[in-house]
Design a protein. Sequence first.
Length: 95
Amino acid sequence: MEKIKEKLNIENKNVDLKVIDVEILQNLCLLLEFSNGERKIFDVNQLLNYPVYEKLKDEDIFNSVSIKNGIIVWDNENIDVGTDYLYKNSENYNN
């Protein structure tokens, strides 16, 4: 029974995961801090082939990044990226 509880805790660890801080880095990358205390680097270049994200090639729009309800948004909230996607597709930041 203990192993099942442990497994459930691991799987549910990020259920309410939110982005709590964002810093713009070079080359269309973002340093993200998540509500679980982890910091990760997300490379936005991986999204630019999708039409909805093409606007992020514009430096002014990219630099307008903000956090709304724990989610990263741009362009007056017309562009967003889900927190789970960010978390799973980011590299750990050790500093």
